[in-house]
Design a binder for this molecule. Sequence first.
Ligand SMILES: [Zn+2]
Length: 243
Amino acid sequence: MRLTVFGNNATCPEADGACACYLLEAAGKKILLDLGDASLAKLQQKIDLAEIDLILISHWHFDHMGDLFCAKYQLETRAANGEVMRPILLAGPAAPPWAMAELGSGGVFEFCPLEAGRETTLQGVKVQPFALPHLIESYGLRLRAEGKTFAYSGDTGATDEVQALARGADLFLCEASLRNEQTAEQGHHLCAGMAGRFAARAGARRLVLTHYPASHAAAILAQARQQYPAAVLSRIFESYEIG
Ligand SMILES: [Zn+2]
């Protein structure tokens, strides 16, 4: 299993940055977790979109799925120009009607709604979604393949379910949006201290922080390391071997 980061900004892409997008290579497949604003330009520096076997969306906020729309335009244009394209499996919480109105045509994506708490096998990988507190329906994703476990928080408030999501994970990719614990957003996002605490309690073997404001990266890392000394910050284009 190998994880590569193509976007790790929170909310809005920073200059030359990109929002949430991660490639997990597992069971011989290429799996994207989220495809947030501006991430497609990063992804395409390393991989052709048509090589992707599965896209998992944590939730339908644009910093996690905004580039699905331009991905669709690219893939349907290529098909219209005679390229043989196979539909890409797209899984996550059920797509809202406004998203389906744009993404549901053209046979570019094959939709596969996930059900919270129910593990399913997609492209040879076991996928377990955890319903987590956020502004809209939002899933943490726990993936198992090759005897390894990878967990991704998506966006979430502080809840013991985060600990369940990350239990014993070989790598836990966790959001750290907030600068400290005393903010009005703590019901639907985590700070790095919370991420570190959940990772430590869960017995996660590695913690990689994401969805953090770059301007406060050093402080965020220090905060996480008070709870989980081996925490690291994700970097765009960096890869992490899992196991
Ligand atoms: Zn969100």
